[in-house]
Design a protein around this ligand. Structure first.
Ligand code: ZN
Length: 111
């Protein structure tokens, strides 16, 4: 895997969305490439800062019930928290989308 491929996949990797083969390939590259390793550490630092700030909150139970009720049946039963990714401030309209760096959005939507 080269640096361009890492660039394209680093957010998915940070969000643990990749399969074992790609994860292993990326880890191997990160252990050998200082630039990509630093870029990945920046993603982790940003993600950590966003999770620990006041920007992150748990949606009230009534909102979660309304969202769950609006989902098709298969989406409701696919996971214990099928829409945890969308309970972020920006997806609820509480934070302007342009308030975040564009590349940080996959981090926010991954969990
Ligand atoms: Zn690299």
């Amino acid at each position: 895997m080269n640096c361009e491929e890492i660039e394209a996949l680093k957010h998915a990797y940070a969000d643990r969305e990749l399969d074992l083969v790609r994860t292993t390939e990326i880890e191997h590259h990160l252990s050998d490439c200082r630039a990509c390793s630093q870029a990945y550490e920046n993603i982790r630092a940003l993600s950590s800062a966003l999770k620990s700030s006041d920007l992150y909150f748990k949606a009230p139970a009534h909102l979660r019930r309304r969202i769950r009720a609006s989902l098709p049946n298969e989406a409701r039963s696919s996971s214990s928290q099928p829409f945890g990714w969308c309970l972020q401030p920006h997806s609820l309209g509480l934070l302007p989308m342009n308030a975040l760096p564009r590349k940080s959005l996959p981090i926010m939507c991954g969990h």
